[in-house]
Design a protein around this ligand. Structure first.
Ligand SMILES: [Ca+2]
Ligand SMILES: [Ca+2]
Ligand SMILES: [Ca+2]
Length: 140
């Protein structure tokens, strides 16, 4: 089923592996209340978008996008297999309209999909337990 691939690719697109740890939750928890709301998650993402848009044209081309993924990957420092998405191209998945660049809206919508995905109990907030259940889903 295509859904599996999509999820895997989405995961890669938002560099999810880094999210699995509590440090990531903290990084997105902008007001420090121990939970990540959708707006916090999206804001944290969009901040990344601005950082990745090195030529400042308001969208990410493939080079900018892969540079961002590389940077995230090297932050993890753990080596190992970071390629979990199989053949799916995270860039292509994020570039919803397929015009070869990722707009902020496209980037944001992936963040929202990611949020929905991780929010296992659907209460609109991500907590540690949501991240935990995500991890167990992945191993399945
Ligand atoms: Ca919060
Ligand atoms: Ca750009
Ligand atoms: Ca696009």
């Amino acid at each position: 089923m295509k859904t599996q691939i999509l999820i895997a690719a989405l995961t890669a697109a938002v560099a999810l592996p880094a999210y699995a740890g509590g440090g990531r939750l903290k990084a997105m928890d902008l007001n420090g209340d121990g939970k990540v709301t959708v707006s916090e998650a999206v804001e944290a993402r969009v901040a990344k978008f601005d950082g990745a848009d090195t030529n400042g044209n308001g969208s990410l081309d493939k080079a900018e996008h892969s540079a961002m993924l590389e940077a995230l990957k090297s932050q993890r420092k753990r080596g190992g297999s970071s390629k979990r998405a199989g053949d799916a191209d995270p860039f292509a998945i994020t570039d919803a309209d397929g015009n070869g660049s990722i707009s902020k809206a496209e980037f944001r919508s992936v963040a929202e999909q990611f949020f929905t995905r991780v929010d296992a109990d659907g209460n609109g907030e991500l907590t540690r337990s949501d991240f935990r259940s995500l991890r167990s889903q992945k191993s399945g």
